[in-house]
Design a protein around this ligand. Structure first.
Ligand code: AMP
Length: 114
């Protein structure tokens, strides 16, 4: 079954998409933890970092290239931001389609806790 993020990427459910290319899609988190909270997601559904293979290197590298562009777009590049990838139960991963959180727009402190 397609993940909720695959459905957003496919346009089957709504998402506030801020960036899209042939490898990744980015949209605003539905429950933002900071003024800017965007999820950057490989278009290919990979459940967790544990399932990553070398064939995924281009898409996973693109997550960071996209993060840089989106941070500039959002006006938070100069002050900085945090990129987070959660994995599995102890990593507090809720959606099993790899995603990178781009969080910024305020000082974040040493760590984010939820
Ligand atoms: P994680 O705990 O790393 O798996 O993060 C999952 C994130 O997905 C959370 O920050 C949720 O707020 C966010 N999220 C869940 N459903 C949606 C949705 N339909 N649209 C946008 N963000 C979502």
């Amino acid at each position: 079954m397609a993940s909720i993020f695959s459905k957003i990427i496919a346009g089957e459910i709504p998402g506030d998409i801020v960036y899209r290319d042939e490898l990744v899609t980015a949209f605003r988190d539905i429950n933002p933890q900071a003024p800017t909270h965007i999820l950057i997601v490989p278009n290919k559904e990979i459940p967790t970092v544990n399932e990553v293979t070398e064939a995924d290197e281009a898409a996973l590298g693109r997550l960071i290239v996209a993060a840089k562009k989106i941070a500039e777009q959002e006006g938070i590049a100069e002050n900085g931001y945090r990129l987070i990838v959660n994995c599995g139960k102890h990593g507090h991963q809720d959606v099993f389609h790899i995603h990178m959180h781009l969080v910024g727009g305020r000082p974040l402190g040493p760590m984010l806790y939820r």
